[in-house]
Ligand binder design. Structure first.
Ligand SMILES: Nc1ncnc2c1ncn2[C@@H]1O[C@H](COP(=O)(O)OP(=O)(O)OP(=O)(O)O)[C@@H](O)[C@H]1O
Length: 336
């Protein structure tokens, strides 16, 4: 469990104060995947690096599993950091060391293990990330996705309880991103590891996170379960991220709706309701016609969801809206 209590960071540059993270409370449960999303400069990296004190906080207290991290002395901090793995956008591998040597480094630094014990652990980690065949290669001989797998294996070497991911997929193509996100999900499930990741892509949050916090100008402006924040964004910054992820131009959409008659509703389905034949049933029962103006069916982590914008025309529109409102869907009237 990670708790930030009024933790803030102000940099001082050329005699000027830069409030990178304003005093913030944050609570991350043991075993969850927690996402921090924000535009460039919002303060995500700083907040992430405050968790393991790669940045020293200017204010507040950081408590991890009941231990006050802010109060640790250098030896205590070194021991604490062995319980917190970290992966980076540009992998941060040592180019002069082989894949196996890179993965074994944290174990060497931690001490207390024989060469044979380190080799055995490195082999297990290589197998876990699917890189058995690449142990003796150098980072320059690997693809981006393979390099990040090495980064993940290295981060897991000391069996941490927490994994911090700093834009871990931002340098990867979409297919490789999917594979790396899948690996992170598997690790989270298998090891019960707490993951905190930062990203500027809502799609990354949608695919792997349980909860999300949205950052803007050094502050958390919205947080909650990914389902709630993604499907019903409240803050303008969150709305922009969601619309970007769905490639929707709200202005263009409203112009399109001007050419359509009837009442316009947006329906949000979650879980099993996503696949229920609700629209056809309601249309038959109430005599309305409907046209679908926009729609998407996808997943939030493993849960299916659907979002449909429809126009209801003719028949008993009031009864249709009532009937839809009674079903297992979230209903918004976009135009009465
Ligand atoms: N070492 C530093 N010294 C001075 N200012 C800094 C330092 N590191 C970050 N900042 C400033 O703090 C603010 C937050 O930066 P941070 O890197 O945390 O944002 P971010 O959301 O992670 O952005 P990005 O996605 O571009 O990395 C920015 O205004 C940045 O310029």
């Amino acid at each position: 469990m990670i708790e930030l209590k009024q933790v803030g960071k102000t940099y001082r540059l050329d005699g000027r104060d830069i409030p990178a993270v304003r005093p913030t409370d944050l609570f991350v449960e043991q075993g969850e995947v927690f996402g921090l999303i924000g535009h460039s400069g919002a303060g995500k990296s700083t907040l992430l690096r405050l968790i393991n004190r790669l940045e020293e906080p200017s204010d507040g207290r950081i408590v991890v599993d009941g231990e006050d991290v802010t109060a640790l002395d250098p030896a205590g901090l070194r021991a604490f950091r062995q319980r917190v793995g970290m992966i980076f956008q540009h992998f941060n591998l040592l180019s002069s060391k082989t894949v196996a040597e890179n993965i074994g480094l944290p174990l060497k630094f931690a001490g207390g293990r024989s060469k044979a014990q380190i080799a055995e652990r490195v082999d297990a980690l290589l197998a876990r990330v699917g890189l058995e065949a690449h142990a003796r290669k150098y980072p320059a001989q690997l693809s981006g996705g393979q390099k990040q797998r090495v980064g993940i294996a290295r981060a897991l070497a000391t069996e941490p309880r927490i994994l911090l991911c700093d834009e871990a997929t931002s340098a990867l193509d979409p297919q490789t991103t999917t594979q790396v996100l899948q690996l992170l999900s598997d690790i989270n499930r298998e090891l019960g590891l707490t993951i905190v990741l930062i990203t500027h892509e809502m799609d990354v949050i949608r695919r792997v996170c349980d909860r999300v916090a949205v950052m803007d100008a050094g502050a958390i402006v919205e947080q909650g379960t990914v389902g709630d924040v993604f499907l019903h964004p409240r803050h303008p910054t969150t709305r922009r991220f969601v619309l970007e992820a769905e490639q929707v131009d709200e202005h263009e959409q409203l112009q399109d709706f001007a050419h359509v008659g009837g009442r316009i509703l947006r329906l949000t389905f979650r879980g099993d309701a996503t696949y229920a034949p609700l629209l056809g049933t309601v249309a038959r029962e109430t005599g309305v016609d409907y046209s679908i103006l926009a729609g998407r069916i996808d997943h939030i982590k493993d849960t299916p969801y659907g979002q449909l914008t429809i126009a209801l025309i003719g028949g008993d529109v009031e009864a249709a809206q009532r009937r839809l409102g009674e079903a297992d869907v979230h209903l918004e009237v976009l135009r009465p």
